[in-house]
Design a protein around this ligand. Structure first.
Ligand code: NAD
Length: 479
């Protein structure tokens, strides 16, 4: 058996009930390692350890927190190639994409190291003479962090770093499909000088470890990223026990292409945001909404560019797109191609499983035309390299179609018109709007999140993260 990896509970590495293999989706014969599954009792131990550690950590000096986070960020950046390679091996992003994600995680820790020193309050005069009012932010408590498989190191980083920076303790449950990066991150955090119990890692399935983490009375708040179905369930559970919660969920992100767009740029950014990272980004654009005047050239341009894409082993040099992350996800992707065809849409490129030298979950990116906004392919998240095209008359119809979705994470427009770009930025019902840029690809120091069915609760990342990870206190002082 390859190296065994255990849970981190109260500063100790603890074996769980069983070990499961971490399988490379580019080559299913390659097992990266074996990862333990925590028991419910171990989850309880982790929560108790975090509760006990909170008393000290919540009043620890900001310099100690800043130093620890800076040390974590420095090590991740120094090891970005190794961690990015691990990421590509377990999730299937290409190696350059994996290295980029690891660097992002390092930069997030560095950013929040600085934020430790910048947590400001307010002072106001009271409406009653002789009284002063102070508004301060305090740590929230013990945070349960639950993450999805598609960004195995960046999403954990953008939740764990602010949680620790603002004086909270953490119980972290990563996605069971990709425990490798989560474990590597936990191992780095365990050597950062943070006291035992402040940060705990419990690995396992959502139903076994995630569910009791959400309902545990020792948890004060839940920060979740994942599917809408699980997010909805967590919302109900947190509401029942009055826990604070934050949800980042799915997307059905539109990319509008207007007649006046630069065609080559529009094709490139559409291919980028629909298919790179195998379309497995919550911000990927899966609906390409194209006005009539540019429609024929755009479809031809997409087909031509897609024919040049190199799909293969994520660790192979020169590959554009790696495999789908799992067999279940591949079956879902192929299933949606069939669903679209069954609804009367036309598959104009790709959409089939590919064979490569090693056994893996490879898929040729799919482009689907002749779709309407009512079709399932345009309403439900596929989460794979599958994009559909909606042909519309003009900008107004494009905007209406872009907003015709229960989701609202990211939206893009390709245009050379300042008027339409400005109008779209104001009237798009998405949390993030891109002009002449892919819908995916965001900075780490500014807020991230969506509207409607994509998100619930305060924004993540940047200084806006303090809204979720702190609690406000108002103090009055008589003179
Ligand atoms: P998922 O909802 O299946 O799982 C997410 C996490 O929740 C995993 O750790 C899982 O083990 C856990 N979980 C499952 N059932 C649970 C339960 N009953 N109680 C508590 N935890 C439970 O999602 P996934 O398949 O891992 O990830 C893909 C989804 O994540 C897509 O919908 C994608 O759009 C979304 N996503 C959103 C964002 C965003 O920021 N909006 C970012 C990345 C991914």
């Amino acid at each position: 058996m390859t190296q065994e990896h255990n849970n981190l509970i109260n500063g100790e590495w603890v074996a769980g009930t069983a070990y499961t293999p971490n399988i490379n989706p580019s080559n299913t014969a390659d097992v990266q390692g074996h990862y333990t599954q925590a028991s419910a009792a171990q989850l309880d131990d982790a929560v108790q350890a975090a509760r006990a550690a909170f008393a000290g950590w919540s009043v620890s000096g900001i310099q100690a927190r800043a130093d620890a986070l800076d040390k974590i960020g420095t090590e991740i950046l120094a090891r970005r190639e190794e961690l990015g390679t691990l990421l590509a091996r377990e999730e299937g992003k290409t190696q350059p994409e994996g290295i980029g994600e690891a660097a992002r995680a390092g930069n997030i820790f560095k950013f929040f190291a600085g934020e430790c020193l910048r947590l400001a309050g307010e002072t106001l005069p009271s409406v009653r003479p002789g009284i002063g009012v102070e508004i301060t932010r305090e740590p929230l408590g013990v945070i349960g962090i639950i993450t999805p498989w598609n960004f195995p190191i960046a999403i954990p980083a953008w939740k764990i770093a602010p949680a620790l920076a603002y004086g909270n303790c953490v119980v972290f449950k990563p996605a069971d499909l990709v425990p490798g990066c989560a474990w590597a991150l936990a191992e780095i955090i365990s050597r950062s000088g943070i006291p035992a119990g402040v940060f705990n890692l419990v690995m396992g399935r959502g139903s076994v470890i995630g569910d009791p983490l959400v309902t545990h009375p020792g948890i004060d708040a839940i920060s979740f990223t994942g599917s809408q179905a699980v997010g909805n369930r967590i919302a109900l559970q947190c509401a029942t026990s009055l826990k604070k919660f934050q949800l980042e969920m799915g997307g059905k992100n539109p990319q509008v292409i207007l007649d006046d767009a630069n065609l080559a740029q529009a094709v490139e950014l559409s291919v980028q945001s629909a298919f790179f990272s195998t379309g497995q980004r919550c911000t990927a654009s899966s609906r390409l909404i194209v006005t009539e005047g540019i429609y024929p050239q755009f479809v031809e341009g997409m087909k031509a560019r897609m024919a040049t894409l190199k799909i293969g082993d994520a660790l192979e040099a020169g590959i554009d797109i790696g495999p789908v992350a799992s067999l279940a996800q591949l079956e879902q992707d192929l299933g949606y191609v069939g669903i679209a065809q069954g609804e009367g849409a036309t598959l104009v490129a790709g959409g089939e499983r590919l064979q490569r030298a090693s056994e893996g979950f490879y898929m040729q990116p799919a482009l689907i035309t002749d779709t309407t906004g009512a079709m399932r392919i345009n309403r439900e998240e596929v989460f794979g390299p599958v994009a559909s095209i909606l042909r519309v008359k003009d900008y107004d119809a494009a905007l209406a179609e872009a907003n015709n979705t229960p989701f609202g994470l990211s939206a893009g427009i390709a245009t050379s018109s300042l008027k339409y770009a400005t109008h779209f930025k104001r009237h798009s019902q998405a949390g993030m709007v891109m002009v002449n840029l892919p819908t995916a690809g965001v900075d780490y120091h500014v807020p991230f999140g969506g509207r409607k069915g994509s998100s619930y609760g305060p924004r993540e990342q940047g200084r806006y993260a303090q809204e979720f990870f702190t609690v406000v206190k108002t103090s009055y002082t008589g003179m």
